[in-house]
Design a protein around this ligand. Structure first.
Ligand SMILES: [Zn+2]
Length: 129
């Protein structure tokens, strides 16, 4: 798909109208629709097949033990394999991804952490790290 093939010439995002476009900053309604449709289908699939999605649901987190396992944080950031983390480690991973330029939507996609939690962390007044 060509990035030049835009149905809305006013849109300045890299890509327009689709789920990936939304993640890349397209704020047009059709992109938001595409993104929501994707997330809805993803949830449907996960419910249907009872898929164990890393980070989904607060109960999956380890009890807070006052220790930050930096390696667990790195693995959670990379998502290269499953790792259980505390909520604090999860928060650090999300802040870390944001610092590397990830958008909120792409962090939600990548980690499976809820949009609400990611938004809360990214708008918190800098007391996480
Ligand atoms: Zn757009």
């Amino acid at each position: 798909m060509s990035y030049n093939n835009k149905t809305n010439p006013a849109c300045t995002a890299l890509g327009h109208g689709g789920k990936r476009s939304y993640e890349r900053g397209c704020e047009c309604p059709e992109a938001l629709d595409a993104y929501r449709t994707f997330k809805e289908r993803q949830r449907e699939y996960n419910r249907k097949y009872n898929r164990d999605v890393l980070g989904k649901g607060e109960a999956r987190y380890l009890p807070e033990d006052g220790i930050v396992d930096e390696i667990a944080v790195e693995i959670f950031m990379s998502q290269e394999r499953k790792v259980r983390v505390t909520e604090r480690e999860r928060d650090l991973a999300i802040v870390g991804l944001a610092a590397r330029g990830w958008s909120g939507a792409s962090i939600v996609d990548h980690t499976g952490v809820s949009e609400r939690i990611v938004a809360n962390i990214l708008t918190a007044p800098g007391d996480v790290a």
